[in-house]
Ligand binder design. Structure first.
Ligand SMILES: [Zn+2]
Length: 141
């Protein structure tokens, strides 16, 4: 949550004349209004609050203690350029399907991936833990 600083304004309560100098206008004893001679003042404070709520839901489905056969997440994710985007991702190992859709805060689709897991492996967050270049049996000895 971010709260901006307050903007203050002092005006004459009789004629609405806006005083440029807040400190002088709000000080006591008050100077008379240059327009109507009144010493009444109206104080205005503008508070601009902005609240941002970000959330993400994730799920994993397993058969026993195995690697999840289905997992996914949906929600807000901060991208590398520090902007918030909505990410929907599903990794469906049973059906060999990878689905990812990234939408920016304006609703523009940044990424829309729908492909087999086999073709997806090797890049992105689904990068396998094993070395990218498989070591052949002959090299292992
Ligand atoms: Zn006035």
């Amino acid at each position: 949550m971010a709260v901006s600083t307050a903007a203050a304004q002092v005006a004459c309560s009789t004629c609405g004349h806006v005083f440029d100098d807040y400190d002088a206008a709000s000080a006591l004893p008050r100077l008379a209004c240059p327009d109507c001679d009144s010493t009444g003042r109206a104080f205005r404070h503008d508070l601009n609050d902005s609240v941002e709520i970000h959330e993400q839901l994730a799920f994993k489905a397993r058969h026993g203690g195995q690697k999840p056969f289905l997992e996914g997440k949906s929600g807000d994710s901060k991208s590398h350029d520090a902007r918030w985007a909505t990410v929907e991702q599903v990794v469906d190992r049973e059906n060999n399907r990878y689905r990812k859709k990234v939408t920016d805060s304006r609703g523009n689709v940044i990424r829309d991936v729908d492909e087999s897991l086999d073709s997806h492996r090797g890049y992105g967050s689904a990068k396998p833990k094993r070395p990218a270049t498989p070591i052949s049996n002959s090299q292992i000895n």
